[in-house]
Design a protein around this ligand. Structure first.
Ligand code: ATP
Length: 487
C-alpha cells in the first residue's frame, strides 16, 4: 500500500446483508473493498490479489475464518487480519490473536468500532509500506521503537529473543502480559511495546495497580462525573479515557481486588466504560498491556485472580529473565546505569573499576536491575573502592535493621535536619523508609496490616512499599506466610 492510497480490504462473510453492510460502511469511509461469501471464494481473491486488510467471519459454510488467517501467516503475507467472533466467545478472540490476528470484532458488530479497528489496521499497513528514511529504523520498530528497545540494555541470548518478541507482538492489538521478578525491567518492556506499536503517537498510561487505594479504583480507572462522590468538583477522565488511541499498562495487575477484576474484564470485553455517576457507556479504543511478578496461573488456582481475566490479559506472555540468567549483560548494564546516574546528577560518569565489577559479578543481585542500580548509586556516592554490601537487599538479615543499600558513611546518611546533605536523596530516602518499615513489621510480629495501621498507611500501600523496597516476607528474614495477603 502506498502511504497515500486508501487501504484495500477483503471482507469475508456468508450473510449477504452483513457483507453489504460492512462493505458500504467501509466504502463510505473511503477504503477500497472486495467481498467473498466463503473460504473458497476468499482463497480465490487472495490468490489473485494483495490486500492491506482481511476481515473475516469465524464460521463460514465451507470452513473457518481462522484457516485463512493461518494460510496467510504460513505464506508470510502482510495482510492484517481482523476476525469477527460470536458474542461472548472469548476462546475464538484469544485464539485469533494468538494466531497473529491484528484484532477482533464481536457480533453484533458495532459499525463505529469496525471503522476504528480498520483505521488502526490501515494505519499500521501504511507504516509498514512507508519507505524507510535513510538511517531510519525498520517498520517493525520505528525510530522511537528502536530507541525504546535500546533502553532495554542487554545483548544476552534471552534479551535478544525478548527484543525480537517485543518488535513482533507490538504490531497487533493482542494483550500482552509481561512476567518477571521485581526490578527486571517490566515497565521498560511495556514502554518498548508501546513505542514499537502503531499507537506510539498515542498516550501510554502506566498504572501501578497496587498503589491505588481500593475506594478510588473505580473513579481512577473509569473516570467520574461531577458530583458523583464527595469532592468530585468536575468531570474527570479515568485511565481508560486517558489512554484512548494508545496503550494502558497495568503494572502489578495481580494486586487488583476481585471486584475490580470483574469490572476490568467487562471494560476489556465491551471496549467501553461507564464513568462513576454517568448513565452512558463511553467507547474506549485502548490496547492493554499488563505485568506481574506473581505466578498468575497460581493466583487463579488459589482463587485470588479471575480465570477469565487471566485468559484475556495473557493472550501473549513475555517472560523477562532475571539478572542471574544473563550475567553477561552486567558490564553493559553497569555502563548504561552509570551514564544515567551521572546524567541525573549532572556529573561525569564514574568509570567502573575491575574490582567493583568483579564484586558485582559475584553478588546475588536478587533484586535484579533495580538492585544493581541502587548499588551503583551507592558506589558513586561512596567511591568505587567501598565494599558492596554482601547480601542482596531482599536476602539481607534484617534483624540488624540496617538497610543493605543504605550508605554506610555518616556523611552520606545524615540525620534528617542535619547539616550534611545526602549524595543521593532517593537512595537515602528509600533506605530510611526501609528501616522504618522493617522496625514496624518486627514490632508487630510481621503482621503487615498491623504494621500499616501503626504507620498510618493502608494495607495496600504497605504491600506496595514492601515490594518496592524488596523487603523479605518476614522482617526476621524467615520464610513465613503473609498475614494480609487477601485480595
Ligand atoms: N534491561 C535494562 N536496561 C536498563 N535499565 C533497566 C533494565 N531493566 C531494568 N532497568 C532499570 O531498573 C529499574 C527497575 O525497572 P522496572 O521498574 O522496569 O522494573 P519492574 O520489573 O517493573 O520492577 P517492579 O516489579 O519492582 O515494578 C528501572 O530504573 C529501570 O530503568
Amino acid at each position: 500500500m502506498s502511504p497515500s492510497a486508501p487501504a484495500s480490504i477483503l471482507v469475508v462473510d456468508d450473510e449477504p446483508d452483513l457483507r453489504t453492510l460492512y462493505e458500504l460502511t467501509l466504502l463510505r469511509a473511503g477504503w477500497r473493498v472486495q467481498t467473498a461469501g466463503s473460504v473458497g471464494e476468499a482463497r480465490e481473491h487472495l490468490a489473485a490479489n494483495r490486500y492491506d486488510i482481511l476481515i473475516t467471519d469465524m464460521r463460514l459454510p465451507d470452513g473457518l475464518g481462522m484457516q485463512l488467517l493461518q494460510e496467510l501467516r504460513a505464506q508470510q503475507r502482510s495482510e492484517r487480519c481482523i476476525v469477527i467472533t460470536a458474542y461472548g466467545s472469548a476462546e475464538n478472540a484469544v485464539e485469533a490473536l494468538r494466531n497473529g490476528a491484528f484484532d477482533y470484532l464481536t457480533k453484533p458488530v458495532d459499525l463505529k468500532q469496525l471503522r476504528t479497528v480498520v483505521a488502526s489496521a490501515a494505519q499500521g499497513a501504511a507504516d509498514q509500506a512507508a519507505p524507510a528514511r535513510p538511517g531510519a529504523a525498520s517498520a517493525a520498530a520505528p525510530g522511537d521503537g528502536q530507541a525504546a528497545l535500546a533502553r532495554l540494555v542487554g545483548d544476552s541470548a534471552p534479551m535478544r529473543l525478548l527484543k525480537q518478541q517485543i518488535a513482533k507482538v507490538a504490531l497487533s492489538m493482542a494483550p500482552v502480559l509481561v512476567h518477571g521478578e521485581s526490578g527486571t525491567g517490566k515497565e521498560l518492556v511495556a514502554r518498548a511495546l508501546h513505542a514499537c506499536s502503531q499507537r506510539a503517537q498515542g498516550p501510554l498510561i502506566a498504572v501501578n495497580c497496587s498503589a491505588i487505594p481500593e475506594s478510588l479504583l473505580d473513579a481512577e480507572f473509569f473516570g467520574a462525573r461531577k458530583g458523583s462522590y464527595t469532592g468530585a468538583t468536575h468531570d474527570r477522565d479515568g485511565f481508560f479515557q486517558a489512554a484512548r488511541g494508545g496503550t494502558l499498562f497495568l503494572d502489578e495487575v495481580a494486586e487488583l481486588p476481585l471486584a475490580m477484576q470483574s469490572k476490568l474484564l467487562r471494560a476489556i470485553q465491551e471496549r467501553s466504560v461507564r464513568p462513576l455517576g454517568a448513565t452512558q457507556e463511553e467507547a474506549v479504543d485502548v490496547r492493554i498491556l499488563s505485568a506481574t511478578h506473581r505466578d498468575l496461573a497460581r493466583e487463579v488456582r488459589e482463587g485470588r485472580f479471575r480465570q477469565d481475566l487471566f485468559y484475556r490479559l495473557n493472550v501473549i506472555e513475555l517472560r523477562l529473565p532475571p539478572l542471574r540468567e544473563r550475567r553477561e549483560d552486567l558490564p553493559a548494564l553497569c555502563h548504561a546505569l552509570l551514564a544515567r546516574i551521572a546524567q541525573e546528577a549532572h556529573c561525569e560518569p564514574m568509570v567502573l573499576g575491575e574490582s567493583l565489577l568483579a564484586q558485582l559479578m559475584r553478588h546475588p543481585l536478587t533484586g535484579n536491575v533495580r538492585e544493581l542500580e541502587n548499588l551503583l548509586q551507592r558506589a558513586v556516592a561512596l567511591g568505587d573502592g567501598a565494599p558492596l554490601p554482601t547480601h542482596s537487599v531482599d536476602t539481607a538479615p534484617p534483624a540488624a535493621a540496617e538497610p543493605a543499600i543504605a550508605p554506610a558513611a555518616p556523611a552520606a546518611a545524615p540525620e534528617p535536619g542535619g547539616s550534611a546533605a545526602p549524595h543521593d536523596l532517593q537512595t537515602w530516602l528509600d533506605a530510611q523508609e526501609r528501616t522504618i518499615l522493617l522496625r514496624a513489621l518486627q514490632a508487630c510480629g510481621n503482621d503487615r496490616t498491623a504494621a500499616a495501621a501503626r504507620l498510618g498507611i493502608s494495607a495496600r500501600q504497605m504491600r506496595y512499599r514492601i515490594e518496592r523496597l524488596n523487603i523479605p516476607h518476614t522482617a526476621d528474614g524467615t520464610d513465613g506466610s503473609h498475614s494480609d495477603d487477601t485480595h
